[in-house]
Ligand binder design. Structure first.
Ligand SMILES: Cc1ncc(COP(=O)(O)O)c(C=O)c1O
Ligand SMILES: N[C@@H](CCCC[NH3+])C(=O)O
Length: 436
């Protein structure tokens, strides 16, 4: 089976930017304006189904941070995944979208007091969630608040992976208790809490062979630790762990010719690396669930030939999609207004001449470009461009820098998901003349 083929009919491993219906996207842009995120909720459900099939028998938790939109959360909930949340705000969103407490994990990273206060209070109405804790200090702060419920200990496995150094978490001291001290921290936590699991996360965008190897190393280390903790628990009569969470990070192909991740093979390798443990495997992917379910539509407003490249000035910028500016991330770009031949990603076939094009946003930062001198159809003013794989960490990382309002989002079916922010929205928190 080729990497692109279907797994059970209409559920292909990867959906390329070329696969989106250009007419539909043009209609949505005409109706809702640009910049506009378009999210295909059916694709979200398909991605969830593929994860559940590949990791059958494991707990699959959606890392909510990748896309917190209500419709996405409801879709993921209906598809049977749990929710992994990075803040009290994300916990609130998950509960509001219908996830019961026992299907919510809160991963507390240097948690502000207000986050701990909130979740401990909310748990009263939503029993049996899990709090994942990466420092003894956090355990103490939970105990101070009277919390004695389910806790998972986050471990720093010393193994990192991911598409960019800024997203490799596994070896960063910020995350998790040091591997060598993990068993001791678990033993200490058992005196005060119901310790149900251990957790580690290598990083985000695991796709390259070396990242997959790092993922396997991490899983193997977690398997060893689970066995060590399990046998210590038996001696002390505390019982074994419920689960071993090996994190998320499963990558998607961003470049047109990147191969799709063979999810079944990754799942098999994960199980094999974990080895024999008396606990359920858990994973918490975010990107994989939503990345290829979203595109960002933006319109060309300025065309400027320069000796090196034609600059296509567009109405979306790093405030709408930060990834290229922050990580030099590659996102496929498709001109929806030229002949469909270029939907195949073969610029030489398309009706317009092609050449080096720099797609640049309206923000006063040099890094505010979606691509630099990439071979694309020479742009014309009012062209509609689609930026691919924008569903993960797209809207979520949007900001109002340069007093730009955040974009709108609609579903592919045409339902409004998030309104376009207004200037009044951008300035709504400002106070003037209120200082005494
Ligand atoms: C603790 C944790 N879990 C899960 C994820 C989800 O990662 P991804 O979206 O790459 O699957 C992240 C992000 O890197 C994370 O920090
Ligand atoms: N924001 C990152 C992923 C980091 C996930 C959070 N630990 C990205 O867009 O690639």
């Amino acid at each position: 089976m080729s990497a692109e083929q279907s797994v059970g009919g209409g559920n292909p491993l990867v959906r390329r930017l070329a696969d989106w219906d250009a007419d539909r996207l043009r209609d949505l842009a005409a109706e809702h304006g640009t910049p506009l995120y378009v999210t295909d909720l059916d694709r979200v459900a398909e991605n969830c189904a593929r994860l559940r099939d590949a990791f059958s028998g494991a707990d699959v938790k959606y890392a909510v941070k990748a896309h917190t939109g209500r419709a996405v959360l409801e879709t993921v909930h209906e598809a049977g995944l749990d929710a992994e949340c990075a803040s009290a705000g994300e916990v609130r969103r998950a509960l509001d979208a219908g996830f019961p407490g026992e299907r919510v994990d809160y991963t507390a990273v240097n948690p502000p007091a207000c986050d701990l206060d909130s979740v401990v209070e909310w748990w009263g109405d939503h029993p049996d969630p899990t709090i994942t804790v990466g420092a003894r200090d956090t355990l103490d702060r939970l105990a101070e608040r009277g919390y004695d419920g389910r806790v998972c200990v986050r471990v720093n496995p010393g193994v990192g992976a991911g598409h960019h150094e800024k997203v490799r978490t596994g070896a960063a001291p910020k995350f998790g208790v040091p591997y060598d001290r993990a068993a001791e921290v678990v033993a200490d936590a058992r005196d005060r809490f119901d310790v149900v699991g251990i957790h580690a996360h290598a990083g985000s965008g695991i796709h390259a062979e070396e990242d997959l190897a790092a993922h396997r190393d991490l899983v193997a280390r977690m398997g060893e630790l689970a066995r060590e903790i399990g046998s210590a628990g038996d001696e002390g009569g505390d019982g074994a762990l419920e689960f071993v969470n090996v994190g998320g990070g499963f990558g998607v192909p961003y470049r047109e010719d990147d191969p799709a991740l063979d999810l079944d093979a990754v799942a098999d390798a994960t199980r094999e690396a974990l080895g024999d443990v008396a606990a359920t495997l858990a994973v918490e992917p975010g990107r994989y669930v939503v990345a290829d379910a979203g595109v960002l539509l933006t319109r060309v407003n300025t065309v400027k030939p320069t000796p090196e490249t034609t600059v296509a000035g567009v109405d979306a910028g790093m405030t709408d999609l930060l990834r290229p500016a922050m990580y030099d991330a590659y996102h496929a770009i498709r001109t929806l207004d030229v002949d469909e031949a270029d939907a195949e990603g073969t610029p030489e076939d398309c009706a317009r001449d092609t050449g080096p094009v720099t797609v640049a946003g309206p923000i006063c930062e040099t890094g505010d470009t979606f691509c630099d001198a990439r071979e694309l159809p020479i742009p014309e003013r009012d062209d509609l461009l689609a930026v691919g794989n924008a569903g993960a960490y797209g809207y979520e990382m949007a900001s109002t820098y340069n007093s730009r309002s955040r974009p709108a989002e609609v579903s592919l079916a045409g339902d409004p998901l998030r309104e376009r922010e207004t200037l009044a929205g951008v300035t709504r928190l400002e106070r003037r003349g209120e200082r005494e």
